[in-house]
Ligand binder design. Structure first.
Ligand SMILES: [Cu+2]
Length: 155
């Protein structure tokens, strides 16, 4: 069995190894409803913490989230946590895009998709609000306010 601390160490290691950059595209209406945007409060001096949100695509076309930026962090990546049967533990991977099919809702949540928020520029406490910009494959951008919540530390 792997202990939680081993999993968390692996989580920080994975996050440091993964690097990527996102392009900013032009502004357009996303046609998406974004709700329940929150960041899990983390212990001080963490290298990365997680953010979550719910995306409801009420349009007739699939939407594809391709990047997230925020002034509050050095960088933001889209990650997916999955159970690795061979390793017998949870692993996270970097998702280049997340598709929300037409007429469906996708929830970022612990154990699934999350925003990996790298190197917060200041410690975030429960109740703090953070602005982020979501960029979609069609060039649409959405500005979203995330609220920091106290939460069991989890991916
Ligand atoms: Cu992650």
């Amino acid at each position: 069995m792997f202990s939680m601390s081993m999993i968390i160490r692996r989580f920080y290691l994975s996050c440091r190894v993964l690097l990527c950059s996102f392009m900013l595209a032009g502004c357009a209406e996303a046609g998406l409803e974004i709700s329940d945007a929150w960041i899990a409060e983390a212990p001080p001096n963490v290298m990365a913490q997680a953010g979550y949100l719910t995306l409801k695509n009420g349009t007739a076309r699939p939407a594809s989230l391709i990047g997230v930026t925020s002034d509050a962090f050095k960088s933001v990546q889209i990650h997916q946590t999955q159970h690795d049967a061979a390793m017998g533990m949870m692993k996270m991977s970097h998702a280049k895009e997340v598709v929300i099919p037409a007429g469906s809702t996708l929830q970022f949540k612990p154990g699934g998709y999350h925003l990996m928020l790298m190197q917060p520029k200041s410690a975030l406490k429960a109740g703090d609000q953070v602005e982020m910009t979501l960029t979609f494959a069609d060039g649409a951008e959405s500005r979203v306010t995330f609220t920091v919540r106290r939460n069991k530390f989890t991916l």
